[in-house]
Write a protein that binds this ligand. Sequence first.
Ligand code: Z2T
Length: 833
Amino acid sequence: IAKPQATRKVPRATNNPLPRANDTDTLALEILEKLTYSLGKTTSVARMHDWMDATCLAVRDRIIDHWIASTQKVTKEHSKRVCYLSMEFLIGRLLRDAINNLGLSEPVKQALARYGVDLDLVELLEPDAALGNGGLGRLAACFMESMASTEVPAFGYGIRYVHGFFRQEIADGAQVELPEDWLAHGNPWEFERRETAYEIGFGGKVTMVEEPGRPPRYVWRPAERVLAVAFDTPIVGWRGKHVNTLRLWSAQALDPILLDAFNSGDHIGALLESNRAEAITRVLYPADSHQAGQELRLRQEFFFSSASLQDIVRRHLQTYDSLDNLADKVAIQLNDTHPAVSVAELMRLLVDIHGIEWDKAWEITQATFSYTNHTLLPEALETWPIHLFERLLPRQMQIIYAINADLIRHARLDKGLDDGQISAVSLIDENNGRRVRMGQLAFAGSHAVNGVSALHTELMKETVFRDLHRLYPERIENKTNGVTPRRWLFECNPDLCKLIEEAIGPGFRDNIELLAELDKFADDASFRDKFAAVKLANKQRLAKVVEERLATYVDPKAIFDIQVKRIHEYKRQFLNIIETVALYDQIRSSPHLDWTPRVKVFAGKAAPSYQEAKQIIHLINDVARVINADPAVRNLLKVVFIPNYNVSLAEIIMPAADVSEQISTAGLEASGTGNMKFALNGALTIGTLDGANVEMLEHIGADNIFIFGLTAEEVANARANGHMGQPVIERQPLLRAALESIENGVFSENDPGRYRSLAGSLRDRDWWMIAADFQEYWNTQRRLDELWLDRAKWNTMAVHNTARMGWFSSDRSIGEYARDIWKAGPKSIQAIS
Ligand code: Z2T
């Protein structure tokens, strides 16, 4: 159903400017033009920042050419669109990504060189967009890049936080949080779309309107309304083939200033409303895998859900005259439960605003939505007190009750569930002071629900969604996570890519699974040596960063053993640092032995209110201070905690690791994605049978990965049988001594009791199975020490890792979503095996 022809005829040539040329001359001229006419600077006064802006703008013009072409193609072909709703997008920098995907690396570098400007230095000035906490947000960013690269028409929908994830500093060993201000110098990648704005309501009343001969209608009159304004960022795929849009919403007051108040002299009061509105998108909540219970968080969730749905519905109605075929033309993916209120909000739009009959609306809703679960941790499962929900979103609350009534009727009458089972599937938790369960809401409103690794998906069926799964056994499926090889191999490790290309040709750049052809070079001594030389150069680069930021020398010839990720008890940085202390003790007591030199690298942020996690950071820094100052270890052991872990730092760290630490308590890490980035870049993994480690073991092979520790099932059994740490500690002198030194203040002489309760938790329930897994972890580390002495063998294994990680590309993940859940994207993508 085509739109009516535009009445004003515009000649084609002026409608679409010619695509720009990509040679060095043209780029040099255009960068100069941007510098002059967009920034108002001459080359003689331009600062590096101006060069960065000018470069972004020249590159951006080329993205726009492709963006327009992509948008026109999708519109013309009436393609189905994917809408990826996510509270977080952990994007990092975009300049190198754009340059690389457009194939402009050489000409841009040379163009800048003509002005005596180094592209590498220019890139460093771009702020790192950190609109996310960790894995979940970074996955959303990898998926956006992969959807563009595989030509799946997509919109990312999220929040344009003014302040992203906090900046971390370490002062006297402890974490200090500082505000982050990524927009301070403007953002060259975004386009404000003032015309694309929607009203978002909060509070107020619902009234029933009855008209003769018609079913009653419900009208919601919110007490408060704010405006959601769209900011669009183009996301360019590999070889510029396709460009999608990341649309982030910013909150504004309907009336920026209350003139009456202002004129009557209340200058502050005149701004209260706009302050209150803008607060919604002011700052990212810094808690990963933990529910933030505040009202502002629920406001954020509804704000971006409602804006995105209004946008989706409006766009659909621009092309089609009815919403009946909504699910044929859009697939909406809920990235965890943060946007789960969308289920109720879409029902409201369909039923209350567009007059669609309830059952029909429910059919459309379920066919449109699908939901990804990212954690089983009970403290992360979102629930909202009914009174808060009702006060803020009265109509959505009514709709949830109605959905629940239908669900319970079906469960009781058609499936014969008893009262206990009913209370488990209900959208309302009646046991903890009546709360709305967002997980059950997302499940009920979706036709497909997925976990993010094979193990995690199986555990979902047995734990959080056990009863809903029995009711709807077809709904849960697995979609193992992936990472984009463009950012996490091509851009962060260009030297390795050059080497790979020499060996197997350039095909892997378009089909990453061709990396498998590297396998046959694993036993080729000369290839292996070159592979090791690239690793060494990457380690030298990281050593330089460590020297600059921490004034600590680390020897690039030592094993770089790295654990970088959010600091969390279940991720067990504590286990790693206890092993470090035990190793320190051993080196000191047997200095004559042939110890393998190691550098233990840590980085990651703790949620500001997570005391245990902050203690772990403090402990790592305390241990580092003591060990690094002790001449007795003679550089055999170094410990560094690099502050302010973010995407840009990860791009330096991933290529520089020999050993990747993926040591979570089994059953608790849903997938992990850092594990994939490390192995792709040739690190050997020491890890538990958790999350995607299980599938990495299958792909890489048991001979090329170091697996240890209790299985998820064994952890569950140990917990059920009242496992205690103390008896285990008694039997393990190494662990005992290490724990005692931590407990007795060896690393915190000015505050000897600092770690007493942290260490005590191991003697007690040992909830995270640190005592339980210690001995095997230690033994496995010593096997790594030994392997390091046979460098040929180590390097063979490292090559196998890179060669066998192609499957963990987010292109593969996206292909599976496209084929099984969305039924969208090019036929070739949906046809993946
Ligand atoms: C997060 O990063 C993850 C799960 C969450 O559950 C929340 C956040 Cl912020 C609500 C992580 C998982 O911990 C990790 O295992 C997984 O790889 C990642 O999401 C992407 O799926």
